[in-house]
Structure formats: C-alpha cells, structure tokens
Design a protein around this ligand. Structure first.
Ligand code: MG
Ligand code: MG
Length: 257
C-alpha cells in the first residue's frame, strides 16, 4: 500500500533529508586517495548523529555500516572497510540514509576520486541526468512507470545499461515502502502519482551489461561483467505541481543537483 504523507510527516522527512544531504557533504569533503571507506562511514555516522538523527542503514537486515560505499565495479551495498582505500581515478557511490523522529531520508551520489577517465565521467553524468529525466514525470496523474521508462530510455541513448535486480522505492516511516520503482520498463503502468507520495528514485547504471551478482558477504553487489557502475538517488515528495527533493540542504536549493 502506498501511503500519502501528511504535511507534518513531510516536514519531518524534509529534516531527515536535510540531514542526509549534510552527511553527504561531509563525506564528499573527505574523499581523497588513501582514505578508507571505513573513515567515510564514521564521518557520515557522526554527521547524522550530530543532527539528532540515526543512520537508517546500520543494522538494517544486518548491514554493518552507516553508509554503503561502492567503488568502480561495485554497484551498491559496498560494506565500509578499513581495508578498502580510495585510489586516484576511482569512482565511489555513497548511499546514505538517516532517520529523524521516525522518518527516513535516502539519497545516493557517485563521486570521482581526483581526475577520472572520460568514460567514467560520462557514466557519472549520464546516471545523474537519468535521475532528473525520470523526475520529469514525478507529478500528479502520471503513472509510476513513466518515471521508470524515462530513466531507461535516457540511459540507453549512451549504450549503458540500467540495473534491473534492484529498484527505487517508497520511503517514509520505513526505509523501504511500497511501491517498488524499477529503472526500466514501458510507460503508462503502475499506480497513479498523487500529492503526498514520498518516493526514492535511484538509477543504478552500468557501462556494460545490466547483470549483477552478490558477493559471499551477502551484500556487495558487483557488475557481472566487471564494468563500472554508478548510482544517484534522491528522496522526493509529489506535490500539487510536481515534486520537491527532500534530500538536499536548504541553502543549496538552487545549486545542488
Ligand atoms: Mg539509498
Ligand atoms: Mg533507496
């Protein structure tokens, strides 16, 4: 069942989203060669706790970290580790969730570690743009799969593939709520979007084929063909006119994409 959030709930989700964005900024500022994903996890966790929220991911399904840190061919769910250190030219997807007064925000972005290859730069640009291509259809009276379709169509223009085994989702009092939001498929299907729906839209894009596999740690998800992958995500609320991004810092409203 898809819940419609009250204005009070949306205010709490804005604060959760602001805290997620704040944690993202702190992590982004720390990204450099030699830094471990464990270090980034601690930075995010401290940022979240300092704002009176708790990390949504820690302990979720047994996940050990406060963030997911996924480098290069790792698609999602990379477990923070002291042994995994950033190298010049890497790309790293950071996924952060925070829970504030019972409501979650969830957002991911992929960063370059110093100068990166042209192909990796294009992957980051296309994946980020794909999120906004999908969001063009995040408005009342559209069908949910209009978002999915727009994402896949845009990504396919560049010969990249969307991951099909993982999806976006509703978000709110639970980190993952209905509906599931695939990043592919025909338009015109699924529930009709209504004001007050809160959704996490999150394209995961591979340079090669869409297939992924999960490593023996039961979390780390990599591309089957070893190609690079990127991930961007925002939590949004459907409004009367369109949508509002919840996972951003207010002062950055006009600059942060
Ligand atoms: Mg996420
Ligand atoms: Mg998510």
């Amino acid at each position: 069942m898809i819940t419609i959030k009250s204005s009070r709930e949306i205010e709490l989700m804005k604060e959760a989203g602001r805290i997620v964005a704040y944690a993202h900024r702190k992590v982004r500022e720390a990204i450099a060669p030699g830094v471990s994903t464990f270090d980034l996890d601690k930075i995010a966790e401290e940022a979240i706790l300092s704002q009176g929220a708790t990390p949504s991911f820690k302990g979720y399904g047994g996940f050990p970290g406060s963030i997911c840190a996924s480098i290069n061919q790792v698609v999602i769910h990379g477990i923070p580790s002291k042994k995994i250190k950033l190298k010049l030219g890497d790309i790293i997807a950071i996924d952060i969730g925070a829970c504030y007064k019972g409501y979650h925000g969830d957002s991911a972005m992929t960063h370059p570690v110093g100068p990166i290859s042209q192909t990796r730069a294009l992957l980051l640009e296309v994946t980020k743009n794909a999120l906004y291509e999908g969001l063009k259809f995040a408005k009342p009276n559209q069908r949910l799969s209009d978002i999915s379709h727009a994402i896949e169509q845009y990504v396919s223009l560049y010969g990249f593939s969307v991951v099909k085994d993982f999806t976006g989702h509703g978000v709110g009092a639970a980190l993952h709520e209905d509906p599931s939001i695939p990043n592919f498929g025909p338009a015109g299907h699924g529930p009709i979007l209504r004001p007050g729906m809160t959704l996490a839209i999150e394209p995961m894009v591979n340079i090669g084929k869409s297939n992924v596999r999960i490593l023996a740690d039961d979390w780390t998800t990599i591309t089957s063909d070893g190609s690079d992958s990127a991930h961007f995500e925002h939590s949004i609320v459907i409004t009367a006119e369109g949508y509002l991004i919840l996972t951003k810092e207010e002062e950055n409203l006009n600059v942060q994409k």
